[in-house]
Design a protein around this ligand. Structure first.
Ligand code: PLP
Length: 333
């Protein structure tokens, strides 16, 4: 493994062989796939040309299937129009409008390329709005300094970040109250393996408001899955800001930070900017993806086939408990 040109084998942590297959890495366990050459629909071909039925779906970044024809067509048209230029494309505002029509709490949005960037932008906007620095998070929010510890992250940055326990009503209430008027923002990944308890979401919402902090739903994994508008739509709990990514553009690189117009206006008082944030291929792909989700009620389909799959996996677990060590997750994801 140490001879790979890409340190750590891949730039995406969750695509490491040990993340996919467990501690036994593929160069030690002959036959496991390491790298791929092609994907189409629900199928993937590895470097040896072997074909697989894929359940990983690019870590959730693809919900319509790989290379979806309508999304590809939209992307190809965007390529033909030049991809990027000196001015923001008309498509940027059109997509913002289409998202707001379907997800009304996205009153204003900014586009970025990665989930990590978009969540970091939400945290920045919350700090601008509140003039406070402390952050409480729950779940995974990307690799950037504000939510990470360990080597390379300044201790002072780390000291501003704490975690609230998923689905723990009392613990969450206590930590938010303790942070009190030093708290800028609570960032919540609203599904961590299992669905959130309604009461927990209500407590997160009420307590964040109570201390005057901003509530961000990190819907990178849940939007365009549980519902187009994610957990906020399914549960009817409104965050102040939301972040979408992954399935949003069916595999093309795009993320969104959006929410209350007054909070988003803070973008004019700080610096959130990325050269290729509005290249038009991913924007076009996202618009085609959104259209497909609405036209074909994709979330209902994900619920149906996901439920069927989960039931089957649970049956296999019961039948072969020695081989199937565990089954988890929710149908749409
Ligand atoms: C909930 C959540 N937030 C943020 C991120 C970071 O997104 P990205 O890897 O696009 O930076 C991820 C990625 O897995 C995620 O699942």
């Amino acid at each position: 493994m140490s001879d790979w040109r890409v340190p750590g084998f891949t730039s995406t942590g969750s695509k490491r062989p040990d993340a996919l297959f467990g501690a036994a890495a593929p160069d030690e366990v002959e036959g496991l796939p390491t790298r791929m050459t092609r994907a189409a629909g629900c199928r993937v071909w590895d470097a040896q040309g072997r074909e697989y039925l894929d359940y990983v779906m690019a870590l959730g970044a693809v919900a319509l299937g790989y290379g979806h024809p309508a999304v590809n067509r939209a992307a190809e048209q965007a390529i033909a129009t030049g991809v990027a230029g000196p001015l923001p494309p008309v498509l940027e505002e059109e997509l913002a409008e289409a998202l707001a029509a379907r997800i009304p709490w996205l009153e204003r949005v900014r586009f970025l390329k990665t989930g990590a960037e978009a969540v970091a932008a939400a945290v920045r906007l919350a700090r601008v709005a509140t003039g406070r620095e402390r952050v409480l998070g729950c779940g995974y929010h990307g690799w950037l300094d504000w939510c990470q510890g360990g080597e390379g992250v300044p201790a002072e940055t780390r000291s501003l970040y704490g975690e609230i326990p998923f689905n723990d009503v009392d613990g969450t209430r206590r930590l938010i109250r303790e942070a009190g008027d030093r708290l800028a923002v609570v960032v919540v990944e609203p599904v961590v393996v299992i669905e959130p308890a309604r009461e927990w979401l209500d407590v997160v919402r009420a307590e964040t408001t109570r201390v005057g902090a901003v509530l961000v739903f990190d819907e990178i994994k849940t939007a365009f899955r549980l519902a187009v508008g994610g957990v906020a739509e399914r549960y009817g709990v409104r965050p102040d800001l939301a972040v979408l990514g992954k399935a949003l553009a069916n595999g093309f690189p795009l993320a969104v930070v959006g929410g209350r117009a007054d909070l988003m206006a803070g973008a004019g008082r700080t610096w959130i900017s990325s050269t290729l944030a509005t290249e038009s291929v991913a924007l076009a792909a996202a618009r085609a993806t959104l259209e497909a989700f609405v036209r074909e009620d994709v979330c209902a389909h994900l619920h149906r086939v996901g439920t069927q799959l989960l039931h089957g996996l649970h049956r296999l677990h019961r039948k072969h408990a020695d081989l199937v060590t565990g089954v988890g997750g929710i149908a749409e994801m």
